[in-house]
Design a protein around this ligand. Sequence first.
Ligand code: ADP
Ligand code: ASP
Ligand code: MG
Length: 347
Amino acid sequence: MLIVMKFGGSSLASASHIRRAAELILRQKKESGVVVVVSAQGSMTDELLRQAAEQTSRPAPREKDVLLSCGEQMSMSLMSMQLEELGAPAVSLCGWQAGIRTDGRHGDAHIRRIEHERILRELRAGKIVVVAGFQGVDDAGDITTIGRGGSDTTAVALTAALRADLCRIFTDVDGVYSADPRIISTAVPYHAVSYEEMQEMADLGAKVLHARSVALAKKHGVLVEVCSSFSGTGEKTLICADPGPRPPIRGVVCTETAGEALISLVGESACLPETRTLLQKTLEEAGIPLYSLQAGGIHLTAALPREEKERAAQILHEALFPGNTDAKDGNAESRPSEGEDTREEQL
Ligand code: ADP
Ligand code: ASP
Ligand code: MG
């Protein structure tokens, strides 16, 4: 058995965070082989961008990628050191060392293939392999990065290429909710969400998963689990083809553009006339102007004033998920049983 474990920036923010993540890895290593994917620590990537801006307002894309890749490179070496400190043989690999081959679009490269011989060799030698997320190498031999939040996509791509059993994404929330739980305190946690629902939510701005990671997981049938590296409760959300009964609306996603807030309802009933009516009526009763409505796929997106973003998200969520405080129990039967741009990642 082989598991890919990905740790996001907040899960690696300090030395003690790294140690905690390393302990989770060691626990998994008792049961299976482990490939670890790491993001840059905390807000390191933003800090590197800030430093680039101190040099120039127009950094060369190639140089920007060289700089941004350093964050993940730091994390992978620190993690390997910590694993060794805890007695587990480990090896860190940059994108190019791990064989992650991408196209040459700096800052938004797509993974073409993974030449995984080195990873397999290290696994056969009994090592925990720690791979830098978010980066690869193009045909010219230059470092590329694959887009903000892209370590999730590295993790899913590795899971597919290595035919690993599961991709476990460790983050700072204990799963996928009906809305960002940092904005909507009554958001509903899910045991399982379909690839389609998750991809739509991610495409529309729910940053819990990189949208391309979900597309790739769907394409290769990769099981993805989202869980917390902090809570230790064991709660998690499985992203899979068949999550069981689906609620008519799975989630409320909010983002903003320069001029307006965008609130999207995602789910199989999003495009039904009654959903449109409910949205219009709810906003109207709250006196929130509706600039426009757009429907597509399994979403309905409302544009409204930016300053109304959180209030609109709150009241729409309340209208769709009335009185939900602890829906994970209420949703238990939807938990599956065990065992069960136009460029795509070409993997
Ligand atoms: P990481 O650094 O681990 O990659 P991210 O910040 O990219 O973590 O993603 C986790 C964040 O996603 C959470 O802290 C939460 O605020 C946000 N988020 C947005 N929408 C959702 C949602 N529907 N369910 C859970 N978290 C969400
Ligand atoms: N460090 C990169 C970012 O902040 C990639 C990632 O975290 O997934 O966007
Ligand atoms: Mg992320």
